[in-house]
Structures are given as structure tokens and as C-alpha cells.
Ligand binder design. Sequence first.
Ligand code: BTN
Length: 323
Amino acid sequence: MTVKSKILLQLKKADGYISGEQLSSALGVTRSAVWKNIKALKADGYEIDSVRNRGYRLLSIPDLLNKDEIMNNTKTGLVGKRLVVLDSVDSTNEEIKRLAAKGEESGTIVAAERQTAGKGRFGRVWTSENGGLYFTLLLRPELPPNDISSITLAAGYAVCLAVREYTGLEAMIKWPNDIIIGSKKICGILTEMAAQSDRIDYVAIGIGININHESFPDEIVHKATSLFLETGSKLDRNKFFSIVIECLDRVLEKFLVSLSTEDIKLFKKMCATLDRRVTIRKNGADISGIASDITTSGELIVTKEDGEKITVNSGEVTVQGIY
Ligand code: BTN
């Protein structure tokens, strides 16, 4: 942990003011090092009151992603082994793909406050307003390319767990890649892959979560929501990000070894699409029926009116009653 992070921790723990002398002896650094790091924290947006003969007091924490704050509070293995936090980038998926091409290891995450060319599915634009969480996880699983649907599903399941743990809200998966609360979307996942014919080279799992958004543009207000709008309180994005990383690590690490039927049962329990009437648009044609099951590879089984069962692994899904 850096001296800056240690000072921040002491300021957070302190009940009122803490003197420069107390900080320097608690951390074994000089008074001038304390002063320099307090200045650096202020430059990062922390409001710190300094009073002669009393010391320092933390007044407020900026709503900015902070790598140290995230990682110091995260117990993880593979996921987030390396975390890169950027102020601005075209798209975190594109940045991860550039890193992957240079040999970046499995487990790295790139997060950004802003994306200038954020991407959604089907070539759509993903606008990255302030207050969201936008990041991409690089994985190099030893799996066949067909398993990509289940990777997205597993990541969605992990995000649901994190939302439930931090807010108590009943987040659900809208197969294959959205997370919803009630009938509105709070998160979208865009998984991209580079593969040989029989094995995945890497997957870039891009996740965008609406956290502290206070409103949405008219065109999407009926189908988008944020954790702030649902809970009525602003969330600490660093704390929430730690929980998301821990949940992704727990779910994906297990998933990369093998997925039991018990795991699939848990995914299914959190899938809002099952047992509903759906329409899948694939290659320009519509297929309608009841979403009746999910396979161990993460595909959706749709039972058509005539009883025929078809297996779908991608495509745009309209679910009756959602959005
Ligand atoms: C969708 O719902 O269509 C998927 C949206 C995925 C958005 C995330 S934000 C982080 C990552 N970077 C991108 O450019 N897209 C994904």
C-alpha cells in the first residue's frame, strides 16, 4: 500500500482531526512526506481541512474511481490481478484488445471514467455518462469458442450478485447480456472474442453499469434505470467496484474449471427471461415462443407454439413485459 493510501486510511479511521505528527509516527514517514501526500490527496479531489495545531480532517471523498481504494479493499485471485484506471479512453473493450494483442495476461481489467466511443451490441453506441462504471475484463480461458454465451451469462450472474449484495435490489439477468431491475436495464455486457477454430485466444468482457445517474435521455427513460434511481442514495463506486470484482472472481474462477448443473440452476433462478414469451430476431427473421430452458453452454431454449424446441445462442431478444 502506498503512503498516500495509508494516510487516506488513517484519515478515514480518525474521529475528527489527526495531527501531522500522529500520522508521521503511525506510518514511520517524515512530516514533509505526510504534507506532500495530503497535497496529492487534495489534488485527487479529497476535501481535507487543515487546522494549525490540530491537524487534518477528511471532509469529503470524490466520486472518482481510485485504483488504490478499489484494490486495497478487494479480495480476489485472477480477476483484477492487474487493474488499469483511465480518465478517458475510446472504449475499454478496444483498450483491452490492444493490450491482449501485446500479450497482456488473463485477469487484467481496464476501467475508465469516460469512453469517447463506448460500444453496445449490434454496433450500437453505449454512451458513458458520469457516474457509471465502465470496464472490460480480459480472460484467456482454455475453452472452445462455443462457450462464449456461458461466459457472458456467468459474468451477468456475478454482476447480479454484486448488486444484490451492495443494494439489496433484486437484480435479474435478461438473457443473454442485460441486467435488469424490475423491467428496466441497469447493466449491459458486450463480450468480444479472438479465437482459433477449436480454442479461445482471449475474451474481452465489457461491462457498463448505471450507478449514480440521476436521469436518462427521453429516448431511453422508459427502459433504463440506475442504482441511484432505484435506491434513492448515491453509491460509493469504488466500494461497489470491489464487490463486483470479488463476485466476478468467485463466479468466473469456478466457471473456468467446470460448471455444474447446480451452478446452471442458480443462473436460471436469476434469469428473468425464462418462462416468458420471447421473440428472437436472428438474421432478419423473428422466432417466437416461450423461453423454456438454458443449456450448460448458456444457450436459450425456446419452445415454439407447435412444440418444436429451438436452441438460440445469440440474437436480439424481446421479452414480453420487459422494456
Ligand atoms: C449492450 O447492452 O449493448 C452492451 C453494452 C456494453 C457496454 C460496456 S461499457 C464498458 C465496455 N466498453 C465498451 O465499449 N462497451 C462495454
